[in-house]
Write a protein that binds this ligand. Sequence first.
Ligand code: COA
Length: 391
Amino acid sequence: MTERTAPAATQGPSPVPFVPGLADVPAARSSICFIDGDQGILEYRGLSIESLAEHSTFEETSYLLLWGKLPNRTELEKWSKDLSTNRDVRFRLIDLLKTLPDTGHPMEALQAAIAALGMFYPDRDPMNPTDRYNSAVRIIAKAPTLVAAYHRLSLGKEYVSPREDLTHAENFLYMVAGELPEADVARVMDISFILHAEHSMNASTFAGRVTASTLADPYTVVSSAIGALTGPLHGGANEQVIHMLQQIGEVEKVRPYIEDLIHRKQKIMGIGHRIYRVKDPRALVLQKLAAQMIAKRGTDPLLAVAQEVEKVVAEHLAAKKIYPNVDFYSGVVYEAMGMPASLFTPMFAIARVSGWLAHWLEQLEDNRIYRPSQIYTGTHNEPYVPIEERV
Ligand code: COA
């Protein structure tokens, strides 16, 4: 065998320091979303999340994210109409959902269905402006239909077709329950969609931008992002939070449960954030909504348990600047609305689709394929040992 010296140049010591999790490493220039993690400020296109939650709708916010400004009346009417008239999906997609095992998770079904959705629309060239617009409309409009359809079908219920005369939030709740939602519940859903619509360069957005940078079509971009959102360290946390609160069950049991987790150095779901060093501003809005919803409908022990968890966590972790994130109270809100826990992360995805698509459009404006480096830690010049001589 010829002796080789270790290849030096490309995979050797990097001129750039290695940062695990790419913490604080800029991966793009972006004008979509601003976060000040020390002060708890979150803005979409310069507008505060609090003002959007108070005054806007998901339809208007998704327009703002994708097209960079608040729409005027005519623009909003056209955008809302394009979304509402594109909600229906081909019956073969419903057939596809029927064939998926009911042991799967709705997020897996959504990821598969969004990837498959693109196959029905050949006009999905990322470099063609008309294809770009139509693809964005279709994905935002149809994601709720796919989530609601898989949910009902996996329970052995009939698929409920979307209605064009309802808002995005009303229609989603209608398709899940098969009946029209109360107005206050629909508005809470709408606000939750606004709060979840975008959050800068997190794991799923990065996954989507990496896929976008290869010039893959938008359906593939969004399905990549959905896959990344699924994990419990990201969007999957909201479902885990409600399971944790249900498992704790009573306020008196909070302290031993949380202290045991901290003692065992386990992560408490819905707590902590890479960017925020104060309480997530979205969690503040959601906490208020949860309290309002619950006050109107009687009591819900889960809110009291959640608030006690927050108190005990603060006693132990405030010194590390670790506070509740968006996923901590969203589950309590959804639970109070009567939504099943398996839909919590898909509801996050339905909203976040608009942020991912805004990043997809932005990535294409000045694209360069993502290709980071690595620090090679393996060996060199290993002999090829015949299989019969290997231990
Ligand atoms: N529970 C307990 N301790 C936590 C914690 C949590 N949820 N989140 C962070 N910490 C602690 C870590 O143990 C670590 O402590 P140490 O410095 O003494 O070792 C420190 O805070 C930093 O944590 P780290 O995991 O390095 O932060 P990160 O920026 O890599 O991770 C999250 C951020 C969000 C992934 C992390 O906080 C987490 O796993 N949270 C729970 C899952 C969740 O809610 N995800 C949704 C995010 S919106």
